[in-house]
Write a protein that binds this ligand. Structure first.
Ligand code: ZN
Length: 282
C-alpha cells in the first residue's frame, strides 16, 4: 500500500538562504527557525526523505508568515514544487487572514493548484479562528474543495518553539461545529481534542475533522496514536511526520510497531489517498 505523509514543511530556497533577515522581521519565524540548527528543507530533500521511508507522497505546507511578501514567495515555491514532483507532492498554501488582501493571495494559490491551507497558526498571526475573516477563509476552502491543516496547541505540558499560537482544542471543536463539511486536519493529534469525541454531540458535530500524528514522538508516549485510533476510528487518523523536524521513516516505524497492519495501511496512506483523490475533488 503506497504511503503518504500529510504534514511536511518546505521553504523556498531563497527563504532558506535568507532565514536570518526573515527572522528579524517575523517573531514566530524567529522563535522556530532563528536557531540555525532548526532544519529547513526544499523539495529534493523531501523527496529523498519520502523514498527513504518508502512513502509515495506528501502534503507540503509552508510556514505561517506574518507578511504578504513571504507568504507569496512561499506559495509560488510550493506550487512549483508540486508541479515538479511528478504527482508526489500536494501543496498547501500559506495564508494570513489578519492581512488586508489575504483573500486575493488565497484565491491565487487555489488557481495555482493548492489543495489546502495551512499549517494555520491563527494566534501567531493575530486572527480569531471563530472571527469573520476566518469564516470567509472556511467558505473559500469549502467552495474550492480545499482542506485546512491546523497547528493545534496543547493547553498543558512542556513548551517548545512554536507550541503556542495555534488553535486550541476548544476552538477547533467550535470551528468544526460551526462549519460542518469543511475538511480539517488537526495537527499534532489535535492537541487532545480527540478525547471529546467520546461526547456524542461533539462526535456528531465534527465529522469532517481528521487528526494527524505529526511530531507525536516529541509530545506523547508510544501508545498515543493507538489511543487516538481508538477514539477517532482508524479512518480519521492520518500519518504526518512534521518533516524536516522529524524523519518520516522513523515515525512510520514507531507507529507501525503499535498498530495492526490494516490500520497502518489506512493511517499511513489509504485515508489520505481517499481524502486527496481527484474524484473527491480535494
Ligand atoms: Zn505544527
Amino acid at each position: 500500500m503506497p504511503g503518504f505523509d500529510v504534514h511536511t514543511h518546505l521553504f523556498a530556497p531563497g527563504q532558506v538562504v535568507g532565514r536570518d533577515s526573515i527572522a528579524l522581521g517575523d517573531r514566530t519565524f524567529r522563535e522556530m527557525y532563528g536557531d540555525p540548527k532548526a532544519k529547513m528543507a526544499t523539495l529534493k530533500q523531501l523527496l529523498d526523505a519520502l523514498d527513504e521511508a518508502d512513502l509515495d507522497g506528501a502534503v507540503a505546507a509552508g510556514f505561517a508568515f506574518s507578511t504578504e511578501d513571504n507568504l507569496v514567495e512561499q506559495n509560488e515555491y510550493l506550487a512549483a514544487a508540486a508541479k515538479a514532483s511528478d504527482g508526489r507532492v500536494i501543496a498547501f498554501a500559506t495564508v494570513n487572514p489578519a492581512l488586508p488582501g489575504w483573500e486575493r493571495v488565497a484565491r491565487h494559490a487555489i488557481d495555482r493548484g493548492a489543495r489546502g491551507f495551512g499549517e494555520l497558526r491563527p494566534h501567531n498571526q493575530g486572527w480569531d479562528p471563530l472571527g469573520e475573516a476566518a469564516a470567509a477563509l472556511y467558505s473559500l476552502a469549502h467552495e474550492a474543495g480545499l482542506a485546512l491543516l491546523w497547528h493545534c496547541s496543547e493547553p498543558v505540558g512542556h513548551t517548545y518553539p512554536g507550541k503556542a499560537g495555534g488553535i486550541s482544542p476548544a476552538e477547533l471543536i467550535g470551528v468544526g461545529t460551526r462549519f460542518p463539511g469543511v475538511v480539517m486536519i488537526a495537527g499534532h493529534l489535535g492537541a487532545g481534542a480527540s478525547y471529546y469525541l467520546s461526547m456524542p454531540e461533539v462526535r456528531a458535530a465534527i465529522e469532517s475533522i481528521y487528526f494527524d500524528t505529526a511530531a507525536a514522538s516529541l509530545l506523547y508516549d508510544d501508545e498515543s496514536v493507538a489511543r487516538l485510533v481508538e477514539l477517532a476510528g482508524p479512518d480519521r487518523v492520518l500519518f504526518g511526520s512534521d518533516y524536516p523536524l522529524l524523519s518520516p521513516r522513523r515515525q512510520v516505524q514507531r507507529l507501525a510497531a503499535h498498530l495492526p497492519g490494516t490500520v497502518v495501511d489506512a493511517v499511513c496512506g489509504g485515508n489520505a489517498r481517499r481524502l486527496f483523490s481527484d474524484n473527491g475533488k480535494r
